[in-house]
Design a protein. Sequence first.
Length: 598
Amino acid sequence: MSANELSGNILTPDQWTLVEKITHSLDGMQARWLSGYFAGLEAGLRTPQPHSTASAAARTLTILYGTETGNAAEVARTLLASAIDKGLSCTLCDMANYKVRQLGQEQDLLIIVSTYGEGDPPQPATGFFEFAEGRKAPSLEEVRFAVLALGDSTYEYYCQAGKRLDQRFEELGAKRLTPRVDCDVDFEEPAKAWIASILNALVAEATGDRLPTANLFSTVACAPTATYDKRNPFPATIIEKIAIVGRGSSKETRHLEFSLAGSGLTYEPGDALGVAVQNDPAIVAELLDAVGLSAEADLELKGSHCTLGEALTSRLEITAATPRFIDFWALVSGAPLLKQLQDEDRAGDRSVFLRTHHLIDLVRRFPVQGIKAQSFISALRPLQPRLYSLASSLSAAPNEAHLTIAPVRYTLHGVRRSGVASGLLADRAHIDSALPVYIQSNQHFRLPADDAPILMIGAGTGVAPYRAFLQDREAKGVSGKSWLFFGERNFRTDFLYQREWQSWLKDGTLTRMDVAFSRDSADKVYVQHRLKEQSHEIFAWLEEGAHVYVCGDAANLAPDVHNALVDIVAREAHTGREAAEDYVRSLQADHRYQRDVY
């Protein structure tokens, strides 16, 4: 059916004449922007039109997402744009902002949720999970749903957050529109297929299998697309790289500055810089030697041709072993141990094996002769960009992005190893080097819009966003109180950005600072201990409306600080543990307790 024939079902002749007239005057970018404008307008109004795809009696459709690093939000926005493009009226909502009492009134619910750590939901989605899995959850017998779960297969509890919601919704009586789909870190293709499948089914149902009307322009977005983003990163030049620890430190923390001049990229304090990394050439050479393949071997990867060396250097993950690779190597090697690790009841053993074996260790332990290059790369995951909290504010450092990097170093099987990204930034990237970067927005780690007090809690490189916070407040003249709790190993060598904190204390930008240097005394002291020492005043700040921020290690710092906050509330409010936990949960629900942990 032609555009003219379709127009007769939607537009009057006069309207179509106007559309044709303006279309001929637009370039490609203008057309995409206008398409996004109309898509956003439709999403905002949500008013079914007489000739829309869905009938007036169509069921309501809600897209709900829970995200930690932004991937689930990215998929949800793609789903929204595709739904609008197919003429469906729908609502998009972050689980962090969702009114949980509305859950029982939903009709069709599409859920995209990532898994954090060892099977936990994303921190901003904690409240939604507690309600859905709690006693107050309503019957969902009138609800239909579908779940897209994002995760990392190297973890034992792969996609567990999505699995939990999928099971819980079934328990509450909801009906699946389609079986749950679990996605690894290379989620783009399965997510695209899931979106197409679920939307085609909904459109067919709404139209009675009639041909759906299409938007005028083929590209739909809810806002003008940035020139540089995750799929098209900007080559940013390193303009500063300095060690910020003293001589004799047991750590290697560095401060890096990138130039964003000419990129058009903008960010807010709390956002992250995504870095498209490359593998260490030495590891690439070792892997090629271990599998007996040439770097010059020609192959096809996602529709384009490249050499095996190029693929292993910049396009594929070659450090972490994955269940996908175990499956493949078990097949080609016949190794009994690998076959045993494929069993469903060996998930724990498989997780331990993956943590203690890199790809190079696995192929050396179970050697295979005559492997084909194309077969070998089929078992590898795409190399993912790494995210780092920004340590600067554009208000203070225009056209710059600052990072605080502590390279990951460890020994495995008697060999010294480095993190893929931190090793690149610390060892192989130098001043004037250019690395592909993009901005990853983090709406769940934001300064308050007013001058409310802020409590900033971090250890090691977790102090980075607080440098951005104070730069921003100083530049904008915000007068609200601020209190920093910072932890590291030694005062003499590891007091990161010490002079800057002292300067801000002197001019009043920073109101208070408490530090914990764990290796300066026989009894190790951490930030949670400093918090408890200031219990009375911290609770007073909370009662005044202070916002609490936690940044750093997810395995230890985050739970320890959380428990300390609950203890403080219980002690100072003279209440029980359960009531104190409710108080802290209310801070989360009000976006006054935010975490950026990794």
